[in-house]
Design a protein around this ligand. Structure first.
Ligand code: JB2
Length: 222
């Protein structure tokens, strides 16, 4: 196994779990934020081991994770976006914590985050995203590029608010839900745990846990 050479970038050494599309956006946010240093990547796909993603070495698989504390790695981040299935993101977050690493909170410099928002560990606040006053994000939440979480929204752990999605005020999102790209959720709506809002949907009524809704206005997928 090849271990990454230390680069002289500074920052907290952080391992990224997953080497796909979301990981590229993670690396970019990490480098621009400057707080963390992308130490290396773990991916389950053996064909990627020894390759580089945007200059960051794919070191090996998740079996390496428990050894990283002794290598000086201090933090981890889930680099998998998992559109439509949050299970890998939840499992990888738990594995990183179990390995004794701290969940990195990534904030792109162009994100607008209210001082009155509460952001738990391991969140990704990507380029041009907005999280407004009184909003609360649980652990391991993605607010992806240009997504908006308006004031007093309550977003539980492991939720992915995809690119360009908008939550109007006081929306509640249950754990592990996916809010699709470009969708809009009206104020005061509740979206249940594990629900999926399809891309482009406009949600004007509450969504039950585990259901998939789509369209304008959004309806349960038959
Ligand atoms: O259990 C795992 C695991 N499962 C999948 N452990 C580790 N370490 N890696 C895992 N992976 C890896 O995540 C796959 O082998 C693959 O290399 C990567 C997922 O890449 P992909 O590009 O398919 O998905 P993504 O989640 O990074 O990006 C999707 O979601 C983003 C939000 C894409 O749809 C993007 O376009 C989108 N922006």
């Amino acid at each position: 196994m090849t271990w990454p050479r230390w680069r002289s970038l500074g920052g907290i050494p952080c391992v990224i779990l997953g080497a796909g599309g979301h990981a590229r956006v993670v690396i970019d946010a990490m480098e621009q934020q400057g707080k963390y240093h992308p130490w290396g990547i773990l991916d389950r796909d053996r064909r990627l081991w020894g390759t580089r993603l945007d200059g960051v070495l794919v070191v090996g698989g998740d079996d390496v994770l428990p050894k990283l504390v002794t290598e000086g790695v201090q933090a981890f981040t889930v680099g998998v976006g998992s559109i439509g299935d949050m299970t890998p993101r939840i499992r990888l977050f738990q594995a990183g914590v179990a390995a004794g690493l701290a969940p990195a909170t990534l904030v792109h410099p162009s994100a607008i985050i209210s001082r009155r928002a509460r952001i738990d560990a391991g969140c990704h606040l990507m380029a041009a995203s907005v999280v407004h006053a009184g909003a609360r994000l649980g652990q391991n939440v993605i607010v992806n590029t240009s997504a908006v979480v308006e004031h007093d929204c309550d977003v539980a752990d492991h939720v992915h608010i995809a690119t360009g999605a908008k939550l109007a005020s006081t929306v509640r999102i249950g754990s592990g839900a996916h809010i699709g790209a470009g969708s809009t959720v009206r104020q005061s709506i509740s979206i249940g745990e594990g629900a999926i809002v399809a891309a482009g949907a406009v949600v004007v009524t509450d969504v039950a846990p585990g259901t998939v809704v789509m369209g304008v206005p959004a309806k349960v997928r038959s």
